[in-house]
Design a protein around this ligand. Sequence first.
Ligand SMILES: C=CC1=C(C)c2cc3[nH]c(cc4nc(cc5[nH]c(cc1n2)c(C)c5CCC(=O)O)C(CCC(=O)O)=C4C)c(C)c3C=C
Ligand code: FE2
Length: 465
Amino acid sequence: MRSNLQATDFKYVNCHCCGKFQDPNKHHAQALAISEVRLIDKRNTIKRGLFSCGPVHKRVVLQSICMASTRVCPFIEDFYESHADAKEDNVGVLLLNLGGPETLSDVQPFLFNLFADPDIIRLPRLFRFLQKPLAQLISVLRAPKSKEGYASIGGGSPLRKITDEQAHAIKVALKLKGIPVNVYVGMRYWYPFTEDAIHQIRRDRITRLVVLPLYPQFSISTTGSSLRVLESAFRKDAYLSKLPVSVIQSWYQRDGYVKSMADLIEKELQKFAKPEEVMIFFSAHGVPVSYVEYAGDPYKDQMEDCICLIMKELKARGVNNNHTLAYQSRVGPVQWLKPYTDEVLVELGQKGVKSLLAVPVSFVSEHIETLEEIDMEYKHLALESGIENWGRVPALGCTASFITDLADAVIEALPSATVMSSSGSIPGDDYDDPVRYAIKMFFGSILAFVLLLSPKVILFFRSHL
Ligand SMILES: C=CC1=C(C)c2cc3[nH]c(cc4nc(cc5[nH]c(cc1n2)c(C)c5CCC(=O)O)C(CCC(=O)O)=C4C)c(C)c3C=C
Ligand SMILES: [Fe+2]
């Protein structure tokens, strides 16, 4: 329904993009082309409506209005007071990612940063002083194997380049939707570090920030770890501690992501001679079982939910292939989530599966575990085990529908930006449980000392890392 009401009929407009109540005629030119808004008319009545904001002519036109949802606004004077001198909105989007070594000489220091993270090697707090020596030891022992992997994919990780491309694409998508933003990339273990991105956000005097981890599912070891870095930086800084922030903790359940994954799978299936006979093999990055069972990591549940959603979407399109989920990339001697990708591939081959489509599902860019582990190691193993036709779904990267959906996720998150709390709301902070804490302290200390002191254990690790 189009209404003949004009902007001049209203005192204030509150849009999804800036979250502020403003004079509609002075409303900054950044609103969505058409956005749902709340309006306050001259009788101080709140109305809901669709507004289109003309960025060029700085003119707002009411498209339609729902007269049913009206009520008198009791806070009108407060709105006036608090928004009379409102500054221009300066929105930032911070993409969080893991980071990867760009050259072979980066590999060992990158691994050091990774293993020095208390969310990757979870020692009891009292024994955290062992974290760095342990990280040094493990990184040195692991480096030769990792270097081989990175050498085989061109001498470094493509993660920085792809993440920068995604950042640019999200910025462009948001601009097209009428929301100019600065997009920042913050890596956890290599350049550009999260701390550098935070520094830049501070310098740019961002007024609202959306944090978007580039992991579809939440894990303590990935999103959780990056959020801890953010929380601690924000706690220490007067400006950042007042910055309204909205964190998108996971987004595997979003329609745009699920549909984009289904599109890629459908497309790859068509490359097989008999697409309906292909086993869809989801391969997710693993985490140690203890993360899920003792630390409350929602990663496994979210992963299973994610696979269900993608398969449901495929079924709705008439794709009824068999599918399975397994976990890859385990490191070290502890139990990781099962079943393991390598073991399932062998079993499937033995059971007579002839065609298999591997779908990496925990990450949205190509990286060492898709390019080396899946494309080389697992492919080789599968073919050796009797699978004859092998395919692999590419990572989403800058797929247009996916980027558009991430841009929408940012827009939806903006209105809920609030000052970041340090309330320990990130899953995995279980150090307050005294029994668990004591058990971990005991075993953690034994493990750390044994690892540091015993040459036999070092040899053992050398063959397992
Ligand atoms: C959702 C994705 C990931 C989870 C969960 C995850 C957990 C996790 N990883 C390690 C150890 C290593 N990871 C390494 C590389 C790496 N990990 C992820 C993603 C997840 N990790 C990515 C995307 C990458 C690759 C980055 C790149 O350079 O392309 C490595 C280094 C590579 C290697 O030597 O294999 C290690 C080691 C642990 C211990 C862990 C959970 C506790
Ligand atoms: Fe990893």
